[in-house]
Write a protein that binds this ligand. Structure first.
Ligand code: BES
Ligand code: ZN
Ligand code: ZN
Length: 485
């Protein structure tokens, strides 16, 4: 879909569908010359998510769609995202090939933020995965134009980039595991790296990882016929950056549980176990175009977790690249094993000022927080706060969880330094996972985001949700990084 931006002062070009927003008690403003029947505007109250579609009686638009934003201005950005998504979905249903958003907002920061939310919503709302359907027809809606001021347009351009990056992450998530293997994650990462002269990439294969002594990561891919990789993307701004941030994403392309095999119900959902990796790749696609003055490294350990004669067995002891030994008591707690080596590698070789990992790490976080929140824990209160704030800006909500000494103690090994599953009776599975990862970050300020709930299965947010991936993390990470400049 192509988005063009037009000045509010320029007159409306012919369009299949004109889209306007209205608020409670404030009628939607139409461009000069466009008229709709009185009963249509009279029956539109401007309530949040309200829609009113009507034929135009005169002017260059065939039809007019009014979308309600409600009256709570604190909710504006999320409402704009949702409103735009509702609009493009409705436009698609009416068969419109072109649609025009007519926005009458003042200039300034608010207008830019509103423009960003608007085009994020429009782009995310048009996401669909049709690659695996013979009978899928191409989308009706081909062109969107946004009439607004310069600030709104600046924001809209950013929103198009960020919304597009969210869709990229969702495509990777939704692609089934036989088409999105570790090697496919690598080729997707290479494609992203080719898309920006400010990006570079290094791929560590199993041989390289053996040399780096990543025994923890390698223990996970042992049972799979697909080799594991460690993807390392680097974004370097033109100016020397003040800060260096490292993003780490769990890229488990299929988690069967390994020898500690999962029950078959819902096992298909474990294609989503690479959602953290997808978020990191999506964020890099956006960074290359947004060009913030921050150096960013992205690590995606990617592997399958499968049972096999060669697979790691419960009770095996493996050694991570920082020398720590781990008793693998449950081969289904594999995310922390691949992250352990990636985090330790980052701490030793990249030495970032801050490190954020994203992982579909525990079923427990789904129980605790459901599908609308990401759990956050780490060793730096400030960094957690910053991510909570970015969550509020982007609508990708983040909720802090603790790591207590009790959780740290529960991850101590009996014959090794650590165990990958807490001692029975500890519960607090998400905090226990965080306490395990903490052993691999040294003194680097670090936050672990458990996205097992928020990566898929969210109820409909208009721009995402339902039975597909959410691309969670992309917009959150981009917002956080841009605030580090
Ligand atoms: N990928 C799963 C976590 C998961 C489960 C995400 C369900 C989303 C929905 C992870 O690798 C896992 O299996 N974790 C175990 C850890 C346990 C064995 C300590 C879990 O949460 O049960
Ligand atoms: Zn698992
Ligand atoms: Zn997993």
């Amino acid at each position: 879909m192509k988005i063009t931006r037009k000045k509010l002062s320029s007159s409306l070009s012919p369009t299949d569908l004109l889209i306007v927003f209205g608020r409670e008690g404030k009628k939607a403003k139409l461009p000069a010359g466009v008229e709709i029947p009185d009963h249509a505007s009279a029956s539109f109250s401007g309530e949040a998510r309200e829609t009113r579609l009507t034929d135009a009686t005169s002017g260059p638009a065939k039809r007019v769609l009014m979308i309600g934003l409600g009256n709570d201005r604190e909710q504006d950005l999320e409402r704009a995202r949702r409103g735009a998504a509702i609009a493009v979905k409705k436009a698609e249903k009416t068969g419109a090939a072109s649609a025009t958003f007519w926005m009458g907002l003042p200039t300034g920061k608010n207008a830019a933020e509103f423009g960003q939310a608007l085009s994020e919503g429009a782009v995310m709302g048009s996401y669909r995965l049709s690659a695996f359907q013979n009978e899928s027809k191409p989308a009706n809606l081909k062109r969107i134009s946004i009439h607004g001021g310069a600030d709104l347009h600046k924001g809209a351009r950013r929103g198009e980039i960020i919304g597009g990056a969210n869709c990229l992450a969702r495509r990777l998530q939704d692609t089934p595991a036989n088409h999105m293997r570790p090697r496919d994650m690598v080729s997707e990462a290479r494609k992203i790296a080719r898309g920006g002269s400010n990006l570079s990439i290094k791929i560590h294969d199993e041989k390289a990882m053996r040399e780096l002594k990543m025994g923890s990561l390698l223990s996970v891919s042992r049972g799979s016929s697909e080799p594991a990789y460690l993807i390392h993307l680097i974004y370097k701004p033109a100016k020397k950056a003040r800060r260096k941030v490292c993003l780490v994403g769990k890229g488990l392309t299929f988690d069967s549980g390994g020898i500690s095999i999962k029950p078959s119900a819902k096992m298909d959902e474990m294609k989503y176990d690479m959602s953290g990796g997808a978020a990191v790749l999506g964020a890099f696609a956006a960074l290359a175009k947004l060009e913030p003055d921050v150096e960013v490294h992205g690590l995606v350990p990617t592997s399958e977790n499968m049972p096999d004669g060669k697979a790691t067995k419960p009770g095996d002891v493996v050694t991570a690249c920082n020398g720590k030994t781990i008793e693998v008591l449950n081969t289904d707690a594999e995310g922390r094993l691949i992250l352990a080596d990636a985090l330790a590698y980052a701490e030793k070789k990249i030495k970032p000022d801050a490190m954020i990992d994203l992982a579909t790490l525990t079923g427990a976080v789904v129980v605790a927080l459901g599908h609308e929140l990401t759990g956050a824990m780490g060793n730096d209160k400030n960094l957690i706060e910053e991510l909570v704030t970015s969550g509020e800006t982007t609508g990708e909500l983040v909720w802090p969880l603790p790591i207590l000494d009790a959780h740290r103690k529960a991850m101590k090994g009996t014959i090794g330094d650590l165990r990958n599953m807490s001692t029975p009776g500890t519960n607090a599975g998400s905090s226990a996972g965080g306490a395990f990862l903490e052993n691999f970050v040294g003194d680097v300020p670090w936050v672990h985001l458990d996205i097992a709930g928020s990566a898929w299965g969210a109820t409909d947010r208009d721009y995402q949700g339902g039975n597909v991936g959410t691309g969670v993390g992309v917009r959150l990470l981009v917002d956080y990084i841009e605030k580090q400049e």
